[in-house]
Ligand binder design. Structure first.
Ligand SMILES: [Mg+2]
Ligand SMILES: [Zn+2]
Length: 153
C-alpha cells in the first residue's frame, strides 16, 4: 500500500537559512530551527514517511563539495535521531538552475522519492518556505504549508 509522506524543505524549515547569496557549506554552519525534532516525531508517530528535498546549487557553483553536503546530512540525521526523530531519506539537487529536471520547482526529486518509497502524493504534505516549494507541491498534487522563521504562516 502506498505511504503518506511529509516532504520537508531544508534551509528555512529544518535549519536557519544562510545569508542571501550564501550557502551552508559545512556542519559548523548548520543551525537547527527550534522544535524541528518535535514536529518530526509527530509525523513519525502518525506513520508518515519524512523525506527532505533540498536544492543545493552551491555544489554546481563550486561553493561546497557534494561530499561536504552529504556529511551535513549525515550529521543532521544523526542529531535528529538522538532526539528521537527519524528522517527516512534525503534527496538533493546539486545542479544549476535550468540544467536538470530535479531542481525545485521541477518535480524530479519528488518523483524519485515516490518511485523509491511508493508514496501517495494525494495523501502527502510538503512543508517549505519558498515559492519554488509551493510550485512543486502544486505540480505534484501534494498539500503545502509555508513556514517562516520556524513557524507555519
Ligand atoms: Mg528553503
Ligand atoms: Zn537537479
Amino acid at each position: 500500500m502506498s505511504r503518506r509522506c511529509v516532504f520537508l524543505d531544508r534551509d528555512g524549515v529544518i535549519n536557519e537559512k544562510a545569508a542571501p547569496h550564501e550557502y551552508i557549506r559545512q556542519w559548523s554552519e548548520f543551525r537547527f530551527l527550534p522544535n524541528v525534532s518535535d514536529w518530526i516525531r509527530i509525523f513519525n508517530a502518525l506513520d508518515y514517511l519524512v523525506i527532505v528535498i533540498t536544492n543545493q546549487r552551491g555544489i554546481a557553483r563550486g561553493k561546497m563539495t557534494r561530499q561536504a553536503v552529504d556529511e551535513i546530512h549525515r550529521r543532521m540525521i544523526e542529531e535528529l535521531d538522538e532526539h528521537g526523530a527519524r528522517v527516512d531519506d534525503v534527496f538533493l539537487c546539486p545542479h544549476e538552475e535550468g540544467t536538470c529536471d530535479c531542481r525545485k520547482p521541477k518535480p524530479g526529486m519528488l518523483l524519485q522519492a515516490q518511485a523509491k518509497w511508493d508514496i501517495d502524493f494525494s495523501a502527502s504534505l510538503l512543508i517549505g518556505d519558498s515559492d519554488e516549494d509551493e510550485a512543486v507541491a502544486s505540480a505534484c498534487g501534494v498539500r503545502f504549508l509555508r513556514v517562516r522563521d520556524g513557524r507555519i504562516i
